[in-house]
Design a binder for this molecule. Structure first.
Ligand code: HXC
Length: 258
């Protein structure tokens, strides 16, 4: 399918999805979100794709929701159309891992989009922020919820109330990103991580994704029980036999996703 606001490239079992509205620093508008959710749905269906990397440009992962698109809307408009409701829900329902590779600005909806991914690899140029307060509004896609769980109340309040930006080093120290890499290596590092994931048993990969995400939804005792049951269930797979045999035979495992 042809897209106008994103670029999708599939190579070696990894889909690289690049946000591509350079004139607006990849601001999220209806078209971009629709195309992104369609592309991710296609990735979910495509057996060749085993992991997804979502990235932007050197200057911006995404500078937020499109302010020009929102500026004239009324409460009735945004409430009736459920602005930023359906597409982001779709993005979160993808079962394959999605890595956000963030260089430059990840602000407002851009920061929130990165947080919807399974983990974030940041370039040393990355700047995260929830500056909606400067527009007389507030975060609407997880900036007051996910961000608080990721970096704690004090920093989340600071970011949301002052609108200040957090650099990559602080983001790593705070637990928002998993690693920081030189900007020039961002794409390669993210693709290498995705390729590594693509080599694993995809049944186990999906189980990990579901279990870690579950930890944000349920109390610890329930989460631990869910984890143990999923762990048990993986013993029904051929890949468990293969993985453990390969270890004992001192060879590489050949997973077949069965
Ligand atoms: C629409 C945007 C935009 C945005 C940048 N642009 N951010 N257009 N929506 N969120 C456009 C600018 O208007 C400009 O277009 C072009 O991109 C380049 O931006 P500049 O401002 O000239 O670049 P620079 O001076 O380098 O400043 C970069 C910046 C700044 C610091 C990132 O653009 C900025 O503050 N952007 C807004 C960030 C923000 O407030 N995000 C939160 C949005 S609300 P022209 O045509 O003038 O050249 C939000 C709500 C989420 O995200 C809730 C639910 C999703």
């Amino acid at each position: 399918m042809a897209y106008e606001t994103i670029i999708v490239e599939v190579e070696d079992h990894v889909a690289l999805v690049t946000l591509n509205r350079p004139d607006a620093l990849n601001a999220l508008n209806d078209q971009l979100l629709k195309e992104l959710s369609t592309a991710l749905r296609e990735c979910q269906k495509n057996d060749k794709v085993r992991c997804i990397v979502l990235t932007g440009s050197d200057k911006a992962f995404a500078a937020g929701a499109d302010i020009k698109m929102m500026s004239e809307k009324s409460f009735v408009d945004v409430f009736s159309e459920d602005l930023f409701g359906p597409e982001p829900d779709m993005i979160q329902s993808v079962r394959k891992p999605i890595i956000a590779a963030v260089g430059g600005y990840a602000l407002g909806g851009g920061c929130e989009l990165a947080m919807m991914c399974d983990f974030i690899i940041a370039a040393d140029t990355a700047k995260f922020g929830q500056p909606e307060i400067n527009l007389g509004v507030m975060a609407g896609l997880g900036g007051s919820q996910r961000l608080t769980r990721f970096i704690g109340k004090s920093k989340a309040m600071d970011m949301n109330l002052t609108g200040r930006f957090m650099d990559a080093e602080e983001a790593e120290r705070s637990g928002l990103v998993s690693r920081v890499v030189p900007a020039k290596k961002l794409k390669d590092e993210a693709l290498a991580a995705a390729t590594k994931i693509a080599e694993k048993s995809q049944i186990a990969v999906m189980a990990v994704k579901e279990s870690v995400n579950r930890s944000y939804e349920v109390p610890l005792r329930e989460g631990l029980l869910f984890e143990r049951r999923v762990f048990h269930s993986l013993f029904a797979t051929e890949d468990q036999k293969e993985g453990m045999s390969a270890f004992m035979e001192k060879r590489e495992a050949q997973f077949r996703d069965k």
